[in-house]
Design a protein around this ligand. Structure first.
Ligand code: ARG
Length: 590
């Protein structure tokens, strides 16, 4: 990390550490009690609570303990807390809950320290070193559809959150670049452009139309079909001519995918299905040696407990498939890339596939039997994108939506809206362009990320581009407004960070400050539960807290001006980091 500033971990982790010490001191005979610290259900009772008393009481009661119930257990936890400037007071509620009120000065001091040392010092500490995030992963020569868009957006956010948490992230694009369809495509390529090698790249133009036409040929002409099947064998046998044609087709697709990634600002490293192909025989041999692979109806399969249909790993014709590739990729990621967490993003329709692959890996002893132990594999499923008609999202009744057009449309609409507001008269053309991009693409991302990923959501431009409600537009404007408050004060914020102190005397200031401090634990939860919507929810709540504070506390021209400007700055810094984690470019001017 830059400057060697210490990463302090989340506030919750820090509180938990205090309670861990207290639990050890108060109950030395009970080893390894994990402190159960959570945000208080009701903020009236406190900021955090420690929930260990009840379960501890259940462990010790009737075993000659001096304690008379969970309440005295809670009391002992409080009495044994080491002295700390963090905590103002603790009290017991109900059957032994310990309610914790944090010291206002400590909240203020932590915010100020973050402003000076940078928000990187608030990165959560996660129990993993290296993760593979397998996301986006469209199929060569086929449409990159809204499902891939969701995978790209959610996967990028998870990768960003893990990267922020100092985890080494391998961003893998597991493109579908292998399989029998390539025989058909290559054969069709040679039929349409017999001399393409002599010239430059074949003028395929629209690769999808090309795919459809070749499929039609494949289905209707037995001769062609036979040639296509032979082409697969030649390709897989490494024939130079067929390899070249294959590479050419992949390259055309790749350029199309790149247009989407560029707009979204998403970076991926391609290791497609073809990459794992040479490793498959060895991986299957390992599974075979463990006695996992059986013969079934001419195919080679792995039976999984609780599943009626086995996982096919070698097809009847001797070929490998999606599952053999995924099993091999899992092996590769574990053993060659040394990942301790493998995360896969696809729609929920593929849940079964991944469950079976992970179960097979457990049976083989590649993964530990317990879900929570590392190395770990997680499937991150998500729901569908729906159109206004409640059906799968399409532009016209039959067509899938072209992602590039969709994103360009979002940008265009934003540009028009900005111009309409009439505020952009003194903007340069570049500023207008950049803001339209930030807001337009940001709106599409946020509309996707703000929902629990498992739910289907309806794609609606009017809703996502509204400047009211829980939208990126509203949040980006809220951030820009905070920046403008600071700008208009005429104060040098860098100077203030060092010379002025934050006070949080007003209750709305304290609430905002406390919530800003919860940033790290929100990101930690979002990573652990693979749930980016938690960050969206948090970002929205922060902007609500800010509005409340700004409505009730005068900033510029008040006696508390310098302290409040610093609180504005801390809010802007936290909001910006949230935008960054969500892959949204912040704007500073509206
Ligand atoms: N290409 C697949 C599809 O479009 C997604 C691949 C996901 N990753 C994986 N390792 N199977 O459905």
């Amino acid at each position: 990390m830059e400057n060697d500033k210490e990463i302090i971990g989340s506030q919750k982790q820090q509180i938990a550490k205090l309670f861990e010490e207290s639990l050890r001191a108060a109950f030395p005979d009970i080893p390894d009690v994990q402190p159960l610290v959570a945000i208080c259900n009701d903020p009236k009772h406190g900021d955090y609570q420690c929930n260990n008393a009840m379960s501890l009481w259940n462990k010790i009661k009737g075993k000659g303990t001096q304690f008379k119930g969970p309440q005295p257990v809670g009391k002992a936890i409080i009495e044994n807390l080491p002295a700390s400037e963090m905590i103002e007071n603790c009290s017991i509620a109900g059957p032994g809950f310990v309610n914790i009120v944090l010291a206002r000065q400590w909240i203020a001091k932590s915010l100020q320290k973050m402003l000076i040392d940078g928000i990187e010092t608030w990165a959560p500490k996660l129990p993993v070193k290296r993760t593979v995030v397998d996301f986006s992963s469209p199929n060569i020569a086929k449409e990159m559809h809204v499902g891939h868009l969701r995978s790209t957006i959610i996967g990028d956010t998870l990768a960003r959150m893990l990267e922020f948490s100092n985890v080494d992230v391998l961003r893998r694009n597991h493109v579908g670049d292998w399989g029998t369809q390539f025989g058909m495509l290559i054969e069709f390529l040679y039929e349409k452009f017999p001399n393409w090698e002599a010239g430059n790249a074949p003028a395929i133009g629209d690769l999808e139309a090309f795919y459809k036409a070749s499929k039609q040929r494949f289905d209707s002409d037995a001769d062609f079909k036979e040639r296509a099947q032979k082409a697969v064998v030649s390709l897989q046998g490494g024939d130079e001519k067929y390899r070249m044609a294959w590479a050419q087709i992949c390259e055309i697709s790749r350029k199309e995918f790149q247009k989407v990634y560029e707009r979204l600002g998403v970076h991926l490293e391609e290791k497609g299905e073809s990459f794992y192909n040479p490793y498959i025989p060895k991986a299957l041999e390992m599974l075979n040696e463990k006695g996992l692979i059986e013969e079934s109806e001419g195919a080679r399969v792995i039976f999984i407990e609780g599943k009626k249909i086995p996982l096919i790993v070698v097809k009847r014709d001797g070929g490998f498939n999606y599952a053999s590739t995924d099993l091999t990729a899992l092996w590769y990621r574990l053993n060659e890339e040394k990942a301790d967490w493998m995360i896969y993003l696809t729609d929920v329709g593929q849940r079964e596939h991944f469950e079976m692959v992970f179960s097979a890996a457990k049976r083989a002893g590649w993964l530990p039997p317990n879900e929570n132990d590392y190395p770990k594999a997680s499937h991150v499923g998500f729901g569908l994108v729906l159109g206004e008609d409640g059906k799968r999202f399409r532009t016209r009744s039959t067509e899938v939506v072209k992602l590039v057009d969709l994103l360009d449309d979002a940008k265009k609409r934003c540009k028009a809206a900005l111009e309409e507001r009439g505020k952009t008269k003194d903007w340069t053309a570049e500023e207008l362009e950049q803001t339209a991009e930030a807001v337009g693409y940001g709106a599409v991302k946020y509309a996707d990320l703000k929902n629990n990923r498992l739910t289907n959501y309806t794609f609606n431009f009017d809703q996502m581009l509204s400047d009211k409600g829980n939208t990126a537009v509203y949040l980006l404007y809220a951030h820009a407004r905070i920046c403008s408050i600071i700008r208009k004060s005429g104060k040098d914020i860098e100077e203030l960070k060092k010379s002025a102190a934050i006070d949080l005397a007003h209750p709305d200031e304290r609430t905002l400050g406390l919530h800003l401090l919860q940033f790290a634990e929100i990101v930690e939860d979002a990573c652990t539960n693979l749930s980016p919507h938690l960050v969206c929810e948090y970002l929205y709540n922060i902007s609500e807290d800010f509005t409340k504070f700004y409505t009730n506390c005068q900033v510029v021209g008040s006696a508390e001006e310098t302290s409040r400007l610093l609180l504005c700055e801390a809010t802007a810094v936290v909001m910006r980091k949230c935008f960054h984690l969500l892959g949204i470019t912040p704007v500073y001017k509206i």
